[in-house]
Design a binder for this molecule. Structure first.
Ligand code: PMV
Length: 312
């Protein structure tokens, strides 16, 4: 038996970090995915990703997320499935702020549920994938997993959950990974510290992040790219104020901002990771050429509708 599931990474357009504290945030799936296959094998169960591998039962600190999900999924049936191989193949660099861990979680959760012959529904996959995410991020809002599972464009808050926003036109973003991986959990802690130091200011920024996110929905729905870009720039300023931008990201953002774009900002937890830019359609090609010179992971993405998908 072999099952393969895949899930997309994501970008956050507005509201990252503030979403952890109750704000609305907007996220979109990207056209880079993680593929997870589970196959019956004759030897001991193990997990492989690139050149790294580990036995499922080994307590060696490798693949903690995948192991947690698999143990939970197989539950009492674990002995029936004691010999399997999990193969992970990712188009998304890990620690890049592009949702690779959520995509691994969603695809692993779905594949493990199917392999263990459980009935599958969206809620089961979401719950199982979220369990893995909590182990990695500490206090995740849930936006990454929701986006990877559902695909498309999502308006999300912890209180209201996720709402898919239909789009009647194609929007392209330039995505550039700075090459500096980071841990989301440390950045979430850093922001919590900021909140303790300046509670009133932080609270007003959290409310502002919600307004920005709702404005982004209107701008995208109306196809108003200049306004969307302006909202991205404001979002970047608030992320700088809470201390999650870095000199490397600031320089990259400044270089891109001087090249005829509507907007540019960091995306995700910051502290390294990636930036997203909304270039004018006629400047996209030249900008991609420019960023590709110094940053190996530079690509253009639309907002694909596909979330979790079964692969043949
Ligand atoms: O997955 P990352 O590193 O892009 O960050 C996710 C966005 C945060 O708001 C920083 C965390 C969260 O769980 O919402």
């Amino acid at each position: 038996m072999k099952v393969t599931a895949s899930s997309p990474g994501k970008i956050i357009l507005t509201g990252e970090h503030f979403v952890v504290h109750g704000a609305y945030s907007i996220a979109a799936a990207i056209n880079k995915r993680v593929f997870v296959s589970i196959t019956d094998v004759q030897k001991e169960s193990f997990i492989v990703s690139g050149s790294s591998e580990s036995k499922v039962g080994a307590d060696d600190g490798r693949f903690p997320l995948v192991k947690a999900i698999v143990r939970e999924a197989f539950g009492d049936n674990a002995s029936k499935h004691s010999r399997f191989e999990i193969r992970i193949s990712s188009e998304i660099p890990s620690g890049s702020g592009l949702g690779s861990s959520a995509a691994v979680s969603v695809a692993t959760a779905a594949a493990a549920l199917k392999f263990s012959r459980s009935n599958i529904d969206q809620k089961k996959v979401l719950d199982l994938a979220s369990l893995g995410e909590k182990q990695v991020h500490g206090n995740p809002s849930g936006i990454d997993v929701e986006t990877s599972l559902n695909g498309g464009l999502l308006l999300f808050s912890r209180k209201t959950g996720s709402k898919s926003i239909p789009l009647n036109r194609i929007v392209h973003f330039l995505i550039v990974y700075s090459g500096k991986p980071r841990r989301t959990s440390s950045l979430i802690s850093k922001v919590e510290q900021r909140k303790k130091e300046f509670p009133n200011f932080f609270d007003s920024l959290t409310r502002a992040a919600s307004f920005l996110s709702l404005d982004v929905v209107d701008a995208l729905t109306a196809g108003d790219l200049p306004r969307l870009g302006a909202l991205m720039n404001i979002s970047q300023a608030t992320l700088s104020w809470i201390g999650v931008s870095t000199p490397v990201l600031d320089q990259l953002i400044e270089d891109i901002a001087s090249r005829d774009v509507f907007g540019v900002k960091l995306t995700g937890a910051g502290g390294g990771g990636s930036i997203i830019a909304l270039p004018k359609p006629e400047t996209m090609r030249a900008l991609l050429k420019f960023t590709s010179k110094n940053y190996a992971t530079s690509f253009v993405s639309s907002i694909p509708q596909d979330g979790l998908r079964w692969e043949s």
